[in-house]
Design a protein around this ligand. Structure first.
Ligand code: N01
Length: 539
């Protein structure tokens, strides 16, 4: 939608927030309802995560033959992915192709960040405003605003005084940033930092990596996509997508192994893990043994195997030990995939700084200070993550029934029913919201499934003349209990991760991701519908 003029006073059936992969698919699906729809997108283009995260090294860590839409057979047959793990430009190009191929752009208003959502109880309508002055009214809001888009920039004193350039990875400029010969400081060693470091180290004069917590990272073994591999996928897409829909992580495993680690000798375990590590790369490694994520003893065997790989790769053993995670079980912070991350620390121009023992105290005009030292820097990169799962929603100033502010509602931690609904916020559907599988399932596929469910829900409401759907605190509590029961069965809560909100100072410690599996989640949502829309208050 090209018009730069704000839209005021218009009424819509549905406002979609966000033109990332889920938002685009929602625009496609909502056509079935013949609904009047508008999408507000903060960026100037489509792609969501893959529009904003254009930092050096940005790359998806699920194979693109799977990390792609399944809804259109011609699309999945015709689109060609150059590499196993696509870099950001290829993913953004794909999102643009989809937007054009299915004529989705005409309904998107770009450069329009939703900054106010107010529910009008008398009329059962949402009033939606954007920072560009749009003011519209809609019966339904479908918030596909992303799980990981409200960037976290730690409040170090002095950032305003810094005379060099600084960037958060999720708000990276379109123009290339030239690191040649520059003194670069990289703060953060999650999935993002681990991708940034090897690329920046290639040209930087010197790279300081400021690490607070080391992460487990697996080799991606990324490579150009072999024509034979592509052909095999395309010939078997129907069966493989079906297998993906039955998988807890919504991914396809070529060699699913259901074996106990305790049935093998230490030598045999080592052999199995080595094979998974060294062959195709990627997350297949996690599935070597069935107990890895639920049994501490099994987990520690796998963790120590990875630590040994780090020790073998990094020449300086003091640095290697600093890079070895030892304070939480393997996989309980989001696992990373890398291309040459640990090798980066063998370079002369790279230094690891442990800011757990020596925290950053301030940003200065010429760099940054820790408690023990000062570092002169030309560029600071914040790979410091996100106010995950809730930030996108709470930053929109949402008020529901009785003027209830979503931030107040979630003061003690986010609540939802099935990850879609928040009691007191009728007709508002979240995609990848807290209480959904979100990032623990492959997000394009799980987004498609969630959008399908929402569209069918709206269809049901329209066919039956309902004006409003809400849920109750009781059903939110039931769902929170279910989310916690499955999380308690695993080791996930043993890490200070963003899944728990632990990365944001003051954020309540609540486990926000449904880890019962994507397949089980879809089943649970359908069960509630089949049980006569149990847990929903329809009127
Ligand atoms: O963010 P993170 P991310 N001082 O929160 C550190 C997805 N993703 O952008 O661990 C010093 O994981 C923080 O330290 P600690 C994926 O789901 C996917 O890397 O909190 N350090 C941590 O090291 C991922 O999980 C892909 O102690 C500070 C880092 O910053 C999610 O996005 C690629 C600090 C933040 O790590 C987020 O990943 C990239 C401070 N004050 C991302 N504050 C792929 O698909 C924070 N840190 C490949």
């Amino acid at each position: 939608m090209e018009s730069a003029r704000p839209i005021t006073g218009a009424e819509y059936d549905v406002v979609v927030i966000g033109a990332g992969f889920s938002g685009l698919y929602a625009l496609y699906r909502l056509r079935d309802l013949n609904a009047k729809v508008i999408c507000f997108e903060a960026g100037d283009g489509v792609g969501g995560t893959w529009y904003w995260n254009r930092y050096p090294g940005a790359r998806v860590d699920i194979e693109s033959m799977q990390y792609s839409y399944s809804f259109d057979e011609d699309l999945q047959q015709e689109w060609r992915w150059p590499e196993h793990y696509s870099p950001q430009p290829d993913l953004e190009a794909y999102a643009n192709h989809v937007a054009d191929r299915f004529d989705l752009r005409e309904r998107i208003r770009f450069g329009a960040r939703v900054n106010r959502l107010r529910f009008d109880e008398a009329a059962n309508r949402w009033h939606v405003r954007t920072d560009r002055g749009d003011q519209v009214v809609a019966k339904y809001v479908l918030a596909a605003a992303g799980s990981l888009n409200a960037e976290n920039i730690p409040q170090f004193p002095g950032l305003d005084s810094f005379q060099g350039q600084w960037y958060h990875t999720a708000n990276w400029p379109r123009e290339e940033v030239d690191f040649t010969g520059k003194r670069v400081g990289l703060i953060g060693t999650g999935s993002t930092g681990i991708q940034v470091a090897p690329v920046v180290a290639e040209t930087a004069g010197h790279l300081h990596v400021f690490q607070r917590t080391p992460n487990f990272s697996l080799p991606s073994k990324n490579r150009p996509l072999e024509p034979e591999y592509e052909r095999e996928w395309k010939e078997n897409y129907t069966e493989r997508r079906a297998a993906i829909s039955q998988d807890p992580g919504a991914v396809y495993w070529a060699n699913p192994a259901d074996r106990s680690i305790f049935e093998f000798t230490p030598e045999e375990r080592e052999q199995i893990l080595n094979k998974a590590w060294g062959s195709k790369g990627g997350f297949e490694f996690i599935r070597c043994f069935r107990e890895t994520m639920v049994n501490l003893e099994a987990n520690e065997i796998v963790a120590e195997f990875v630590r040994n790989k780090i020790r073998q790769t990094v020449k300086d053993q003091t640095v290697a030990e600093l890079l070895c995670p030892k304070t939480y079980p393997f996989g309980t912070k989001r696992l990373c995939l890398d291309t040459g991350y640990y090798e980066t620390f063998n370079r002369e121009n790279v230094t690891l700084v442990d800011v757990r023992s020596d925290p950053i105290t301030e940003i200065t005009p010429t760099g940054l200070k820790t408690t023990a030292a000062a570092y002169d820097l030309d560029i600071i990169i914040f790979a410091t993550g996100f106010d995950a799962m809730t930030g996108a929603m709470t930053r929109m100033n949402v008020t529901g029934v009785d003027g209830m502010d979503l931030r107040d509602k979630w003061r003690d931690g986010p609540t939802s029913y099935l990850g879609y609904f928040v009691a007191g916020f009728p007709n508002l559907f979240m995609i990848h919201g807290p209480g959904s599988p979100s990032v623990l399932a492959q997000m394009i596929t799980s987004g498609e499934a969630q959008v399908d469910w929402v569209v069918e829900f709206i269809e049901h409401m329209e066919e039956n003349g309902y004006e409003r759907v809400d849920t109750t605190s009781e059903w939110e509590d039931n769902w929170s209990a279910e989310v916690n029961v499955v999380a308690d069965y695993t080791l996930y809560k043993k890490a200070d991760s963003w899944y728990l909100g632990a990365n944001i100072a003051g954020k309540p410690r609540v486990f926000m991701v449904y880890v019962g599996g994507f397949d089980r989640y879809v089943q649970r949502c359908n069960e509630q519908v089949e049980a006569g829309y149990e847990g929903f208050v329809l009127s």
